[in-house]
Design a protein. Structure first.
Length: 263
């Protein structure tokens, strides 16, 4: 059976690049309709997925696809040696009581903008039906940020995506800090690889020191679902390797990944 890459209806440059890489290796590529999954694709046992999480909530079941994603508490549970900053999850109401500048983001969804807020009172978001957890961390400066597509802890593709918070894509290969980035990723995988899906995206960055210090260090920015991550300037073929593992047939999920399957 020919493996198939199913793309969500909302197209993107990354979807186009992954589609081209998939066709190059003999895969069928299908853009899914908005009004339901075609019968021939339901439970085929050979389908992989790339696209947004909201569409995936309805499509993954009929497609027979399991979606791997990092635990929403992964970042705040990481050792300080890999985060370089204090991070915690608190309720939205507690975050609104912060008295100093903080960086706040929703742990997984995009219900409000991830940003630096002058204090908790500036965190104005649509009134939720409950008091959800949000991620709060001290404010830091990222000199450069990189996206790494990891498969079994190995970098399969990578790209810089920002400098000082501005979009600035460039390939990882040949970057002056490539060796340092690869070394940091290796140490992270060795120490914490079991806490991540085998196919995942991890963003890391060169972080300016906190507390008035001028030093710089490598640190984890966040982890993301590979099946909904922009490749920027990374090699699409290498990124596709990770996407196929992270969003593939339910029957092919490895035992170590079972706990990372999206519910």
């Amino acid at each position: 059976m020919v493996p198939l890459l199913a793309l969500a209806p909302h197209r993107s440059s990354t979807a186009g690049l992954l589609a081209e890489a998939a066709r190059d290796r003999g895969m069928e590529v299908v853009i899914l309709p908005r009004d339901g999954i075609p019968d021939r694709l339901q439970g085929s046992g050979s389908t992989h997925y790339y696209g947004g999480p909201h569409f995936a909530s309805d499509a993954a079941g009929p497609l027979g696809v399991s979606l791997l994603e990092p635990d929403e508490g992964w970042l705040d549970a990481l050792p300080y040696a890999f985060t370089g900053r204090r991070i915690k999850r608190v309720t939205l109401s507690e975050a609104r009581r912060e008295k100093s500048p903080v960086f706040v983001k929703p742990p997984t969804d995009k219900s409000f903008p991830a940003a630096v807020y002058e204090d908790g009172s500036a965190l104005q978001v649509p009134s939720p039906r409950s008091d959800p957890l949000v991620q709060v961390s001290e404010v830091v400066t990222w000199a450069e940020e990189f996206r790494l597509f990891l498969l079994d802890g190995e970098i399969r593709a990578g790209s810089r995506y920002a400098t000082f918070g501005r979009l600035d894509a460039a390939p990882l290969e040949g970057h002056p800090d490539e060796n340092g980035i690869r070394d940091f990723a290796r140490r992270l995988a060795e120490a914490c690889g079991a806490t991540l899906p085998s196919g995942v995206v991890v963003d890391i960055g060169r972080m300016r020191g906190t507390g008035g210090r001028d030093t710089e260090r490598w640190a984890v920015v966040e982890a993301n679902m590979a099946w909904f991550s922009n490749v920027y300037a990374a090699d699409p073929a290498g990124a596709l390797d990770v996407v196929l593992r992270a969003a593939g047939p339910r029957g092919q999920v490895r035992a170590r990944d079972a706990r990372f399957c999206r519910q």
